[in-house]
Design a protein around this ligand. Structure first.
Ligand code: UD1
Length: 336
């Protein structure tokens, strides 16, 4: 059975491609490499010993996508492709709305044309915006996003849900990721941000490897135990396993279902820095900097629904997250 993954040369998609191949699925990938490298897919093939047909195309290109659907005949689609830099989305909102919405609309139209009824989407905890109280459950209020990137996730959830409502044979699973970190334990695939990283873990590893001088800790006066921001970091290998479970669910159900994928535990910026130092023996110099606009004090998940319905829960520790991120970064100091 073939599963078509969009954007799977990227961070979460590549780890999911490995997990799906190991679970016995055939994986086909479409990516435009606008923010990723085909080398990631070659390494996924080497890790699993399975071929992963790779198509270079823009998911918004319906003619190209129709050919890919005809060739691969996927039983389901997992949609990772999309622009994801929060700050850039504030500066270039139309780029984000145009790309993230166009690709998804074309993809859903191609799925309808091809009779493919199973759609799994990379959503984000960012859809909860600033309104809900932690821990977020899937019933917590959404909307009130603080940036266009978040709004595209929110809008795509509405669009996919509407498609499933109109077609009773359709299955849509919306996965709201918390903060993915870590890398495959082999150190062969991992997160490869272009330019200076926006997110905390890649920033820490680039300081540790000597590419950046020090970490800026954005605020130490939040209402949290040590004053720094608290997030729900989840190992990307656990997250990938969640996709395999979500796929099994999508293949045997119809309608729309939403799942939080996190650990349920909050970890502060300084706790993560100290865990990284303990796991790797490498010092991470830091300075306290002003708060970053748009940041919340504390964000973590209630993941009981994924456990109850999918039989999934995160297994890896913060130490695993740090050790695996570091193995990837130190083995590949310049990425792919
Ligand atoms: C961010 C996005 C979120 C997106 C996610 C992808 C915002 C408001 N949210 O989440 O929409 O889905 O990335 O992973 O941008 N920090 C530092 N120094 C740094 C970087 C981060 O102190 O150099 C702190 C932040 O203030 C925050 C924590 O580390 O408290 C995590 O930040 P980050 O990794 O950027 O993730 P989020 O902001 O939670």
């Amino acid at each position: 059975m073939t599963i078509l993954l969009t954007g799977a040369a990227g961070y979460i998609g590549s780890h999911t491609a490995v997990a799906l191949a190991e679970a016995g699925y055939d994986v086909a990938i479409v990516d435009d490499f606008s923010n990723s490298s085909p080398e990631a897919v070659r390494r996924c093939e080497a890790l699993t010993g399975k071929k992963m047909p790779l198509y270079e195309a823009d998911v918004a290109d319906k003619a190209a996508m129709a050919r890919i659907f005809a060739e691969t005949k996927p039983a389901a689609v997992i949609h990772f492709a999309g622009h994801k830099a929060v700050g850039e989305s504030v500066a270039k909102p139309l780029k984000y709305y145009r790309n993230n919405l166009d690709t998804t609309l074309s993809l859903l139209e191609c799925m309808a044309d091809a009779g493919c009824k199973r759609f799994i989407f990379s959503s984000s905890a960012t859809v909860y915006g600033a309104k809900a109280a932690v821990p977020y459950t899937e019933e917590s209020e959404t909307g009130g996003c603080t940036n266009p990137y978040g709004w595209t996730k929110f809008m795509i959830e509405q669009i996919a849900g509407g498609v499933a409502k109109a077609d009773p044979a359709m299955s849509v699973v919306l996965l709201r990721y918390f903060n993915p970190v870590g890398a495959h334990p082999s150190g062969r695939i991992g997160e490869n941000p272009s330019g200076i990283p926006n997110n905390l873990m890649p920033y820490i590893t680039q300081v540790a490897v000597g590419r950046l001088p020090h970490l800026n800790v954005f605020g130490d006066d939040y209402d949290t135990p040590d004053g720094t921001g608290v997030r729900d970091y989840i190992h990307v290998v656990d997250l990938a396993a969640g996709h395999v479970k979500a796929l099994e669910y999508a293949l045997s159900h119809t309608g729309t279902e939403v799942f939080n994928l996190g650990t349920g535990h909050g970890v502060s910026v300084l706790e993560l820095v100290h865990a990284f130092e303990a796991a790797t023996g490498v010092k991470v110099p830091y300075v306290i900097a002003p708060r970053r606009p748009g940041d919340l004090a504390s964000v973590y998940a209630d993941c009981s629904k994924a456990k109850r319905v999918l039989g999934w829960k995160a297994e890896k520790t913060v130490q695993d997250m740090c050790a695996d991120s570091w193995r990837w970064q130190s083995n590949n100091p310049n990425g792919y």
